[in-house]
Design a protein around this ligand. Sequence first.
Ligand SMILES: [Zn+2]
Length: 385
Amino acid sequence: MVTKGLKLRIYPNKQQRRQLAQNFGCVRFVWNQMLAMLNERHENNPKASFLTAYALNHLLPLLKKEHPFLKDAESTSLQVTNQHLIEAFHAFFRKEKGHPKFKAKHAFKQSYTSKFVKGNIQPVGDHGIRLPKLGILRFKTGQRIPETIKQVTLSRTPTGKYFAVLTVEGENQTFPKTGKTIGYDLGIKDLLVGSDVQRQGTCRHDKLLAHKLRVWQRTLARRQRRAKKAIAWDYHQKVPVPRTLADFKNVAKARLQVALIHEKIANQRAYKLHKLTTQLVKTYDRIALENLKTKNLLRNHTLARAIANQAWGELRRQLIYKSAWYGKELKLVNPYKTSQLCSTCGHDDGKKALAIREWTCPQCGTHHDRDVNAAINIKQLAFGR
Ligand SMILES: [Zn+2]
């Protein structure tokens, strides 16, 4: 049995939308309260042992008494928030992620997760699912929902779409063995450079969309500037009811356009990456991948680098779980010296500046493409010659 995510677009009614918005607010509130408490605790006593999610859960009844609106929230979602907060701190301690941040009211994505407890999450008919507090929600997909649902994450995108991601248990399915092995070096222009000389994927997003995005971002900035000026003028003129940013429909429209384009870019990128990782796991029995240095991942010097980092992280995540699902082997390799060792004879040719894309080994005379040579080294380090 393996755990899988099943994503459904859901269509909540007006009342359910209101309840969802309330619950998004509640988990954000709990996250911020608990984070503030943990920060304060650390300031007062830096040596105090770090709390567990279980300990935070014990504080929930107190918090509910103090802030009665929390009683309306789906109760397991508040526990899951504590769990996510503690996990975020552990990732920070392992130097994999930055320090957990406070969540702003207009966060990019609003969501909460409910755990399965005593049949509170159940499929209803072919196009419905019963969720705690919300009742039955409609969805359109023809996918059959398995009976065992471990948890559900409900979210609203900035463009007003609602999704439910179900964590379900399913039968393990394996891809037939092919006897093929490959090594991959991570690149910025091409996502992957293979030991077979093939380059796969690209980190850059669609140029047309990138252009559209820039245009709308500029429009949004201009409209916001003008709206702020108009608001300031109202105050200056002592208008009885001064306008607020919400009164400027053209600002809201531009903001929606920016969010829609962001969403489209993200969807395209996710679709391409999923297609690529599935194809790789289908084609090869053994895959060696350059391991990411988390320290480098946190450093985003340029936009290209930031986009590449994001794609690498997601690529690695997908390859790890897909190779486990489909019965293939993935090895992560420390890329130390892989770009300076000759993959043919093992000669160490010393450090090479990034600008050097090709070189010839002085010992055996092999002419190398820098990235392909690195990919071959990665493959050999993982699985031998
Ligand atoms: Zn050589």
